[in-house]
Unconditional design. Structure first.
Length: 88
């Protein structure tokens, strides 16, 4: 399920927890747990309100997850993993 979340985020865009709940057909608690786990594993990183309304500037085109004032962006580790799975 974590890889599915990463693939969804790699599509681009800004996702709210509600969007992720709907797209993944899981509860809010599950989305929260997955985001926490991806941060712990180094696949998502917090972005401290550097982007304002122009997310591509600070995330360099990588997708973000938003919850309130909290933003997370895909790390290089995540994009590398996703590129490897695409080429398999």
């Amino acid at each position: 399920m974590l890889e599915k979340l990463l693939q969804l985020l790699a599509e681009g865009g800004l996702y709210r927890y509600e969007d992720l709940m709907e797209r993944l057909a899981v509860s809010r608690a599950m989305v929260e747990a997955m985001v926490e786990e991806l941060v712990r594993l180094g696949y998502l990183r917090p972005i401290h309100n550097q982007c304002g309304t122009s997310c591509a500037l600070c995330a360099k085109g990588h997708c973000l997850v938003s919850e309130g004032d909290h933003l997370w962006g895909l790390t290089e580790k995540a994009t590398s993993l996703l590129q490897k799975t695409l080429h398999q």
